[in-house]
Every structure is written in C-alpha cells, then in structure tokens.
Ligand binder design. Structure first.
Ligand code: GLU
Length: 316
C-alpha cells in the first residue's frame, strides 16, 4: 500500500500562494550579515515550490527570485563526493549529528574527520573529493553536477564567491585544522575556494525544489529523467540530511517537520520526501540556528497539511 498517495494528491492542488501569504505575516528573525551580499537580502522575499515525484511542478509567487544556495548545497556536495569516490567518501567524513553550530571549529574525536557532511568542515571536505585536477576544474564539475540535480544550467554569483572566499575566516580555520589532522588532501585555500564557489551558486525556489525532488526520486531527476546519482547515494544523502541537516536544530526539526531538510544562511530550505516530492522555501530572515523563520513555518504547515511526517502513524 502506498501510504503517501494522499500526500501526492494533496500536493497537486495545495494553495501555495495562500501558505505564502500566511507565513509572510511572520516578522521574526534576522537576515544573515556574514557577507555584504547576504546582508543586502530582501527580508520580505518569500517563495515556495513543490516538485512531485511524477514531475508536476507547483510554485508560489517569487519562485523565480534567485539567491545564493549557501548551505543548501551541502547534501548535493555529499552526493557528488559519494559518486566520484565510489562511496569511499563515507570513510573520510562522519555521519553523526553534532549538536553544534554550522561552523563549529571541531572535528571528530579520535579520527580528525569532519563530524558530518552537513556542517562546514564536512562540506569543505566533500567539495574537495569531487573530481577535478584543480580549483577551476572541481568548481566546474560541481556546477555541472548541481545543474543536473536542478535540471537546468545553474551559474555562480562571482561576487558572492569572492566574498565567501575572502571573509570565511572560520572556513579557513577548519580547512587548516583538517590539514593538520591529515584529513584534507588539497591545500586549505583550494578547499575554501571550491566550497565558496559551491555556496555561491544561484538557485530559485523552483530549482531548489527540483534538486530536492531528484534526491526524493532515488537520484533520478523527475523533470529531465537523468539518473544523476545512484539510488544508494540518494538514500545515504537523505538519511544524513534527516539527522544532521538543521545543525543543532536537527532534533527539533525532525519532530516538528518530520521530513529531511537542509537549511542555509541565505534563507533557503530544501526538503526531500522520498517517493513523494521535493520542496523548497526561500525567505532570508533566520532564527538563532540559522534556519529561515518563514521557511520553518512553511515546512511545518506543508508537512502537517499533506501528511508528510515520516514518523506519523496513518493507521489510527
Ligand atoms: N557560506 C556559509 C558558510 O560557510 C554557509 C553557511 C550556511 O548556509 O549555513 O559560512
């Protein structure tokens, strides 16, 4: 029996603009100020998109407004690293939640590996494992891989990439720490440069939802039909998103939303509900854990209204 048939039917007619209007009344949170381009974000931006497993795309107003993907890129970097290393990336990065913030200067005790691919240390490492002879080649392969997930040609915001590279002091610190532990093979500066480019890829809610849907469809893009990564990779990525995707807010997220999600400092959230849909919300004001305030509210509502919570019993 397909317990998510009702969810898919509900998603086909869900009033996304009504949900957008409702969450827009939420005025809490602060726009990230780590780089000038993020500090200049429009706090009133709010966009929601859904992509169903059969390929139907549903989008609210503003679903074509692009922001830099930031940490919502991390599940996809992990996927590309697993693909390019034939799974060996799992020996190079842990998969345990940290209970700490996204940029904590901390590696796994005993191994010196990053704790998981959803925090900055882990994403610096997974980005370094994507194939490419140098920074430029690795950056190009990452953009091509992300474009395959999105089913459209994505591009890098060069100003954001430069700012991330120049101003990411904690990322430089993490890369040097991994060098000192012997867990990062490329130079610290190369690692930060590639990760900064990946964070600076522009996505709108629609593109981000397709990316989430590709993970939800066992690695096959439901719009283009391309098998971007093997089903086993998609399963591994969604599992780690579910446990680590919202940093030190991951437990609360799993209880209240119950769908694997990844937050980002640009206010994007990507959701992946296997076999059902991918979704994205973009709204810049963030809570203390770096999660979009309206994004969380929209994801909670979508989960409750469509019955997406993976641990909710539907048999009662
Ligand atoms: N570019 C940000 C950083 O590495 C991403 C953090 C996030 O989106 O949570 O500092």
């Amino acid at each position: 029996m397909d317990r998510f048939a009702d969810a898919r039917a509900g998603a086909r007619t869900y009033d996304l603009d009504g949900l957008r209007e409702r969450v827009l009344t939420e005025r809490g949170g602060q726009v990230d100020e780590s780089i000038p381009q993020l500090a200049a974000a429009d706090p009133d931006l709010c966009a929601i998109a859904l992509v169903l497993a059969e390929g139907t795309v549903r989008a609210s107003a503003q679903a074509e407004v692009a922001v830099s993907v930031q940490s919502a890129v991390k599940p996809f970097l992990f996927a590309l690293a697993l693909l390019d290393t034939g799974g060996a990336a799992l020996e190079r990065v842990g998969i345990e939640p940290t209970g700490e913030s996204f940029d904590a200067i901390k590696l796994e005790a005993g191994t010196g590996r990053p704790p998981n691919p959803m925090v900055n240390a882990g994403a610096l490492l997974t980005a370094s494992l994507v194939h490419g002879a140098d920074v430029a080649a690795r950056g190009e392969r990452i953009v091509a891989g992300l474009s395959a997930f999105a089913g459209q040609d994505l591009r890098v915001d060069e100003d954001v990439a430069r700012s991330e590279h120049l101003l990411g002091d904690r990322n430089h610190a993490l890369a040097h720490l991994m060098r000192a532990e012997g867990t990062l093979e490329v130079s610290a500066d190369d690692a930060v440069a590639v990760y900064a480019r990946a964070c600076a890829v522009l996505v709108d809610a629609r593109a981000l939802a397709v990316m989430g849907a590709t993970l939800a469809c066992a690695g096959r893009n439901p719009l283009s039909g391309e098998q971007v990564v093997p089903a086993s990779v998609a399963r591994d990525v969604v599992s780690v998103m579910a446990t680590c995707g919202v940093y030190d807010g991951s437990g609360r997220w799993m209880r209240s939303v119950g769908v694997a999600g990844k937050s980002s400092v640009s206010g994007g959230i990507v959701l992946s509900a296997p076999g059902v849909l991918g979704a994205a919300v973009i709204s810049p004001p963030l809570d203390e854990q770096g999660t979009s305030v309206r994004g969380r509210a929209a994801c909670e509502a979508l989960s409750a209204d469509l019955g997406l919570h993976v641990f909710a019993s539907h048999s009662a």
